[in-house]
Design a protein around this ligand. Structure first.
Ligand code: SAM
Length: 259
């Protein structure tokens, strides 16, 4: 996969992409991330990329022409068609399902705004989709682009080692696609004995069925406690409903009415 990042600070994103799982995806030839600066495509000695908003008001707006030119150059840099994504607080909320879908694309162009944002005409003409990483306003799209690059890159086949398989992660659907999206279960590692507490004995039992059952139960229980809107209790399978009831009973919430 190829990702082109259009930003006034492209190194911000390309540097992030050099570390950890994303960096390894790059080393393995699964991903390349390229930065493009609209200022390099701006005219005049000041290489101006922004101007005052029509109608007045505070702040500056990123101009159409430098962005049109940089996007044209980025698109032309590789033969595959590129899906152009504008990072915006007004976009569709970015989630794991969207990350999975984007990981199937051969190419993405991530457009990062600054100031008050981008001239709407450029967005209407060039952008396929707008994505938000949350209901708050950042000063620029670079952090959001880095989030998208990271979440997408780790889903590319071969990016994660087996031990880090994404299948068990929070928000990943089960193998058969049935049941709710759950948060991950708790994890423990050595040392076995520590003043901070014990490791649940089932994890030391070697009984794989019991461990899988415990993990499913923990995932159901903590999802119900932390993100109850993810679980429609009436739609749970009988097995999941029993696991959740047991979890809540053991947790002292025998009524199980949620947090
Ligand atoms: N005036 C815009 C608004 O209220 O919708 C906010 C502009 S913001 C200061 C500058 C840039 O940061 C935006 O163009 C966008 O690229 C990026 N940005 C800010 N918040 C974001 C978010 N929650 N998700 C994705 N991108 C965001």
């Amino acid at each position: 996969m190829r990702i082109d990042v259009v930003s006034l600070f492209p190194e911000f994103v390309t540097q992030v992409a050099g570390h950890g799982v994303v960096g390894r995806a790059g080393e393995r030839g699964l991903l390349s991330v390229h930065g493009w600066n609209p200022r390099d495509f701006a005219e005049g000695s000041y290489r101006r990329v922004d101007d005052r908003p029509f109608g007045g008001g505070p702040g500056m707006v990123m101009m159409v022409e430098p962005l049109r030119a940089v996007l044209a150059a980025a698109r032309a840099a590789a033969p595959e068609p590129a899906r152009v994504v504008y990072l915006s607080p007004q976009g569709r909320p970015f989630d794991q399902a969207r990350a999975r879908a984007l990981a199937l694309e051969p190419r993405l162009v991530l457009l990062c705004g600054r100031y008050e944002g981008v001239d709407e005409r450029l967005l209407a003409a060039e952008v396929d989709e707008e994505l938000s990483i949350g209901d708050y306003v950042l000063s620029g799209g670079e952090l959001a682009a880095a989030v998208v690059v990271d979440a997408v890159a780790r889903l590319l086949p071969g990016a994660l080692n087996d031990v880090e398989s994404a299948a068990q992660d929070s928000f990943e659907p089960s193998a058969d696609g049935a049941g709710p999206l759950l948060l991950d279960c708790p994890h423990y590692t050595r040392p076995l004995e520590h003043a901070y507490g014990e490791v649940p004995p089932v994890l030391l039992s070697g009984n794989h069925a019991a461990i899988a059952r415990w993990r499913r139960q923990q995932a159901l229980g903590r999802t119900w406690q932390r993100r109850p809107e993810l679980i429609d209790r009436g739609a749970l399978s009988k097995a999941d409903a029993r696991l959740l009831d047991e979890f809540l009973a053991a947790d002292g919430d025998a009524l199980g009415d949620g947090p």
